[in-house]
Design a protein around this ligand. Structure first.
Ligand code: PDD
Length: 280
C-alpha cells in the first residue's frame, strides 16, 4: 500500500513521523474519513469543510490547499486501486523537536498523513442483519464537534461493546443519547418521525448525518432534531446510525431489548438505499 506523508508518496513501511510529533504526544491533531465508492469520493466537499472548521477551532493551519488535498486523495485512490473503501486523513501540529504543552512557534510545519483502506461499504453484510448496541456514559470532553484524534474513550466504548458481544455503544449524557462511538444515532418514532440529537458541541456534526437529513426531508419524511433517552429508543419503531464508513446502518437491539421486530426497519433500509443512490 502506498501512503502519503508530508509531500511524499511512500510504501507504508517507509513512512515515518517524529516521536516528538504533537499528534503522537498530545493528540494535538484532527482527522477526516472519506469513503470511496467505485473510485469516487463521497461527500468530499463536506469533509473538507469540516476539516477546515476543526483546524480553525484549534488554531491549526492546513499544510496544503483544498485543490492539493483533492489531488492527494485522487492519487492514493489510483495508486492503491481502491474501488470501495476509505481514505483517512490526519493533520497534526507537528513539532518543534521537544515535548512542551505550549504550542510551538507559528511557523512550525504541520504533519499531514493520508492512507487508504479497502473495505466493502455498499455490500456490508451488517446492513442485512442490523447492529446491536449497548448504552454507556458519555464522559468525553466538551468539544465533541471538533474531529480530534483524541479517541481513547470511543475505543474503550467499543471494547465495552465487544465484551458485551454487541457491535457498538451509544453514549448517554444527562439522560439523553449523544451519539455512537464513531457515528451519529437516530430513532424512528411510532409516527414515523426520524429523531436525532441536535447539533451542538456535544456531538460530531456528521457529514453523512447532514446528507441523510437532507435526503429524508426531500422525500417528505419528518425529521426532529432533539435528544432522546435510551428508554425512548427501546420503544422506538426503528433505530439506525450514520457515518462515512457505514453510511446508514440499521440498529436492531439496544441494551438487550429488540427494536421494533428486532430486524432492520423499513425506513432505515429505505434511507440506506436513498443515500447510496444519491452518493453514486
Ligand atoms: N467517525 N460521531 C462520531 C463520534 C464520529 O467519530 C463520526 C465519524 C461520526 C459520523 O460522522 P461522518 O458521517 O462525517 O462520518 C459521528 C469516523 C467515520 C471514524 O472515526 O472512523
Amino acid at each position: 500500500r502506498t501512503v502519503y506523508v508530508n509531500g511524499s508518496y511512500l510504501p507504508e513501511e517507509e513512512a515515518t513521523v517524529s516521536i516528538f510529533d504533537r499528534g503522537f504526544l498530545f493528540a494535538d491533531a484532527v482527522y477526516e474519513v472519506t469513503s470511496v465508492v467505485r473510485g469516487k469520493l463521497i461527500d468530499f466537499d463536506g469533509h473538507m469543510a469540516r476539516l477546515r472548521r476543526s483546524l480553525g477551532e484549534l488554531a491549526l493551519s492546513s499544510p496544503v490547499s483544498d485543490e492539493e488535498m483533492l489531488a492527494i486523495h485522487r492519487e492514493l485512490v489510483t495508486r492503491n486501486d481502491i474501488d470501495e473503501g476509505l481514505i483517512y486523513l490526519q493533520v497534526t501540529r507537528g513539532s518543534a523537536g521537544d515535548r512542551d504543552f505550549a504550542f510551538p512557534p507559528a511557523d512550525t510545519k504541520p504533519t499531514l498523513v493520508l492512507f487508504t483502506q479497502a473495505k466493502k461499504v455498499i455490500e456490508n453484510p451488517a446492513a442485512g442483519t442490523g447492529l446491536k448496541v449497548i448504552s454507556i456514559d458519555d464522559i468525553r470532553w466538551g468539544r465533541c464537534d471538533i474531529k480530534t484524534v483524541q479517541l481513547l474513550y470511543p475505543c474503550l466504548a467499543k471494547m465495552a461493546a465487544k465484551h458485551a458481544h454487541v457491535d457498538d455503544a451509544w453514549m448517554v449524557r444527562d439522560g439523553l443519547v449523544t451519539e455512537g462511538s464513531s457515528n451519529n444515532a437516530y430513532i424512528v418514532t411510532s409516527e414515523g418521525t426520524i429523531v436525532t440529537r441536535e447539533k451542538s458541541q456535544s456531538i460530531l456534526h456528521g457529514i453523512t448525518r447532514a446528507a441523510t437529513l437532507r435526503l429524508a426531508e426531500e422525500k417528505g419524511l419528518k425529521v426532529e432534531e432533539r435528544g432522546f433517552s435510551i428508554e425512548e429508543a427501546k420503544n422506538a419503531r426503528e433505530a439506525f446510525i450514520t457515518s462515512a464508513s457505514l453510511f446508514v446502518m440499521p440498529v436492531v437491539e439496544i441494551d438487550g431489548a429488540a427494536i421494533g421486530e428486532g430486524r432492520p426497519g423499513e425506513l432505515s433500509r429505505r434511507l440506506r438505499e436513498i443515500y447510496i443512490e444519491d452518493a453514486l
